[in-house]
Design a binder for this molecule. Structure first.
Ligand code: FAD
Ligand code: FES
Ligand code: FES
Length: 477
């Protein structure tokens, strides 16, 4: 059992104890390591100024083959255990700038410069991805996608996008050549094999190797908080509404990184990130991958777990309605399953009991003769939480798409919980009449007016998405 968090920072081994493991990584970098290139602007994952690059060697797949950008302002140092990190200070090689920095200089991508390190890290993440794929060109759209997690108040985005497109990828070498040796890999593999317990009056942290140890810990420490990637918890902590000082982290449980298809079901483990989930679904259900493209930013998705999005139980969380449409089940303690439609009990309340852990989510891949669509409405297209989201899965009696065998309609932003529109579902199964179904639909929910949208606007959007589904798939003409 270790009592230290171990990781590599710009090629150097760091061993961090109780006094610093509970800091946000940005504070650790700036205040303890004098690495002030990493900036903090919003401290809630929204602006990207605090971006750093992370490589997590224990979980190899197409997304994690190389260094990827994450936000350091909402990520506990403890959560980066067993990782290798690179900050903006380490990009320049002797007197030669990294190609992302050189392109930003040549294209005048910086004015006051406060956002610039974050943009450079996001661009370097794009370079890493591209050279791993042996692809030497960046399109404007790829540049925009890679930069959705970064805000600039003064340059304007065009010069930065120009810099992304003009980066000289042919001359780039992967950061792993400079910052990740075989010796580091061996050391981090040994680190990953050992559980961690840090126990002081100020900070308690346990990262077990098995689900049994995790459940045992929760039984004896009922107030410990289960931490995923803290993209929700870290924001609330930074606002001083909670204190992340007693944590159970599941990052050392290898099985939780699994995502696999068994027949027509997909099992998504508790540590599977939204980037991993998106990548996997691209081949099995492209509609889900497209939907996740407008979930948060690359930095958030590279860390945040699907399970965290479900456990967080936000009424406007993006995945719960989509997962309901895929007949999802929440797997608890590895043994019990609750259908997602019965999981949400009240505002931010779920069927999860004290001492229980979500170990996985199971979903069904829809059959070929069905249609599935996911829709999201938010004030801003990228990096914004939904005002409304709607997911529909229709199974047709035949290819004419006039009559339904079954239909699931699930929405977020319409009530205190993500909810199924069961009366509309029942109506449509008996009466293939969209106009009639719209009447039932409006009676089924009574949303709030809040900062994101008025109740009247929410009604309009739900109706529009509902009608759009049938237009998109050409059903019930
Ligand atoms: C800038 C920004 C943009 C965002 N954009 C979106 C968006 O577009 N759409 C959206 O839906 N959300 C968005 N979010 C919210 C957040 O990123 C997601 O909810 C994310 O999936 C949470 O996962 P996590 O691993 O970080 O969870 P954490 O923050 O670690 O945990 C969230 C909750 O889940 C619980 N939990 C975690 N793992 C388990 C487990 N295994 N068993 C039981 N409980 C568990 C935790 O105790 C906590 O209560 C955004 C957040 C930020 C900061
Ligand atoms: S400081 Fe804004 S995302 Fe971290
Ligand atoms: S250059 Fe000033 S905020 Fe981007």
């Amino acid at each position: 059992m270790r009592n230290k968090i171990v990781f590599y920072l710009n090629g150097n081994k760091e061993e961090v104890g109780a006094d610093q493991a509970g800091l946000m990584l940005s504070d650790y970098l700036r205040l303890k390591k004098n690495l002030t290139g990493t900036k903090v602007v919003c401290a809630e994952g929204d602006c990207g100024a605090c971006s750093v690059l992370r490589y997590f060697p224990h979980h190899q797949n197409a997304v994690n083959e190389t260094y990827i950008p994450i936000n350091s302002c909402i990520t506990l140092v403890a959560n980066l255990d067993s990782s290798s990190l690179v900050t903006v200070e380490a990009l320049k090689e002797e007197d030669k700038f990294h190609i992302s920095q050189q392109a930003m200089i040549e294209c005048h991508g910086s004015q006051c410069g406060f956002c610039t390190p974050g943009f450079v890290i996001a661009l370097t993440g794009l370079v890493e991805k591209k050279i791993t794929q042996n692809n030497c060109s960046v399109s404007k759209q790829e540049a925009k996608n890679a930069l959705t997690g970064n805000l600039c108040r003064c340059t304007g985005y065009e010069p930065i996008i120009d810099a992304a497109v003009k980066m000289d990828l042919k001359s780039a070498a992967p950061l792993k050549d400079r910052y990740f040796s075989n010796q580091q890999e061996n050391e981090l593999n040994e680190t990953f094999k050992e559980s961690v317990e840090i126990k002081t009056t100020e900070f308690n942290y346990f990262a077990p190797k098995t689900i049994h140890e995790a459940l045992d810990y929760l039984q004896h420490n009922p107030n410990a908080r289960i931490a995923g990637a803290t993209t929700d918890l870290g924001v609330v902590h930074n606002k001083r509404k909670i204190n992340l000082n007693h944590i159970l982290s599941l990052h050392l449980v290898e099985d939780f990184y699994q995502i696999k298809k068994i027949d027509n079901e997909v099992m998504i483990g508790a540590r599977v990130t939204l980037s991993d989930f998106r990548h996997f679904m691209k081949n099995h259900l492209p509609e889900m991958a497209d939907y996740l493209d407008i979930f948060a930013s690359p930095q958030i998705k590279n860390l945040a777990t699907l399970v965290g999005n479900v456990a967080n139980a936000s009424p406007i969380g993006d995945t719960p309605p989509a997962l309901m449409a895929l007949k999802a089940k929440v797997v608890i303690n590895g043994i019990k399953e609750i259908p997602m439609k019965d999981f949400f009990k009240g505002y931010r309340q779920t069927a999860l009991q004290k001492g229980e852990i979500i170990t996985a989510i199971m979903i069904e891949i829809p059959s070929k003769d069905s249609d599935v669509r996911f829709y999201k409405n938010s004030n801003r297209k990228d990096l914004d939480i939904s005002a409304i989201n709607l997911a529909i899965h229709a199974e047709w009696k035949d290819q004419s798409r006039k009559e339904l065998k079954d239909i699931i309609i699930a929405a977020g932003g319409v009530a205190a919980i993500p909810m199924r529109m069961t009366r509309t579902e029942d109506f449509l199964k008996q009466t293939p009449d969209i106009q009639g179904a719209v009447q039932v639909l409006h009676q089924e929910f009574n949303p709030l007016s809040d900062l994101r949208a008025s109740a009247a606007y929410r009604h309009i959007i739900v109706e529009n998405f509902f009608r759009r589904f049938f237009a998109d798939c050409g059903g019930i003409q």
